[in-house]
Design a protein around this ligand. Structure first.
Ligand code: CA
Ligand code: CA
Length: 364
């Protein structure tokens, strides 16, 4: 499907108003640019990719199985709970880090969407000085604000990209083990394609069903990936938001924004940060009503996207919540929670992890 017109239109609105629109959850999806073809390089300029053996040491084998997907007591798009079966797959133990993403960029010279100047031909009527690279960044207001106006805490930030998470004066120095952010869905897919080329083993974003199966870690129908209590024994066991969102962050969990990956206990499958830290892109398009008719076996998402809250913008799924999710507002750290974002949009709380279709490990 071609959603580029609406995306371009939305980006034009974004840069003209200087804000980034229509976020519904604490993370839902502002929109920026869509120069999806600008990564295409002439064959003679294609970087040489050094082959590597598929190395599963940073991944775990998720055995596959049947589980109850969704939730019947939370948001409408999580309903109904339905049985889903997924095949086994390898999955990154952690979110992809700045160090890992830097290796990809160094080898391929890849330029993320947030770093690219929008093509004026794609934005007729938009003044040239508004066509600037950037991403959507969390900017906490000084005081309490009503929670029905996301523009109070999200801004379009010129110069924000994966190397500059909060804007041009920010850097990732010393943050090599933090998850990469401000990468859009297209950037994540490019990284997966690189991993496939270098290893000869298909790497890709997880489907939404694979992601939820893996996040639950074998715990059936639990509200959180560790059980029924958000803070078991009054302890924070994931990086989310404590205090009054979006202006009071008590950092009870030790982290104001992202944490280095793997700082909290792994789930039942050995995966870290499947609740909180940063949202993670999935392969699927988003449809609010998808669960009402999705197939049981290895569902791959709908053929087209539809978000009734923003019908003209196509969106991909993100999962797992982030350091901005709180009890008060978003609860995206629940394994059933679904979020959706325009695939061309980089955000300061969104990254990804990959799955691989390698052979199952030998049974010992
Ligand atoms: Ca935190
Ligand atoms: Ca996460």
């Amino acid at each position: 499907m071609n959603n580029s017109v609406s995306l371009f239109t939305r980006f034009a609105i974004a840069i003209l108003t200087g804000s980034a629109m229509l976020i519904i959850g604490c993370s839902d999806t502002p929109t920026n640019t869509s120069p999806k073809t600008s990564q295409t390089q002439p064959a003679e300029n294609q970087p040489e990719i050094q082959p590597r053996e598929f190395d599963s040491k940073n991944m775990v084998w998720i055995p596959g199985g049947t589980f109850a997907m969704g939730s019947d007591d939370e948001k409408e798009d999580e309903r109904p709970i339905h049985e889903v079966t997924v095949n086994g797959f390898w999955m990154d133990k952690t979110e992809v880090t700045n160090r890992q993403f830097a290796e990809f960029v160094k080898e391929t010279k890849y330029e993320t969407v947030a770093e690219q100047k929008p093509n004026p031909l794609d934005f007729p009527g938009v003044p040239a000085d508004k066509l600037v690279p950037g991403a959507v960044v969390f900017s906490p207001p000084p005081g309490n604000v009503p929670l029905n106006n996301h523009r109070a805490w999200w801004i379009w930030q010129q110069g924000a990209d994966w190397r500059h998470p909060n804007g041009p004066d920010d850097s990732i120095e010393g943050m090599e083990e933090h998850p990469v952010v401000n990468v859009c869905w297209f950037d994540a897919v490019a990284y997966a394609d690189w991993m496939t080329k270098r290893t000869g083993v298909k790497h890709r974003l997880p489907t939404e069903a694979e992601w939820e199966f893996a996040a639950r870690g074998g715990l059936d129908r639990k509200k959180y990936i560790w059980g029924e209590e958000l803070k078991p024994d009054e302890k924070c066991i994931a990086n989310f938001w404590q205090g009054r969102f979006p202006n009071q962050n008590t950092t009870e969990d030790g982290y104001r924004m992202s944490a280095p990956v793997g700082q909290f206990a792994a789930n039942g499958y050995g995966l870290y940060d499947m609740a909180g830290n940063v949202w993670e892109w999935c392969m699927d398009w988003y449809r609010a009503d998808y669960y009402k008719k999705s197939p049981k076996d290895n569902p791959k998402g709908p053929a087209t996207s539809y978000d009734p809250n923003e019908p003209t913008t196509a969106k991909r799924i993100t999962r797992g919540g982030s350091f901005l999710c709180s009890e008060l507002y978003c609860t995206g750290y629940r394994p059933a929670a679904r979020m959706k974002t325009s695939p061309d949009t980089g955000l300061s709380h969104t990254g990804f992890r990959l799955v691989a279709e390698g052979k199952a490990p030998e049974k010992k």
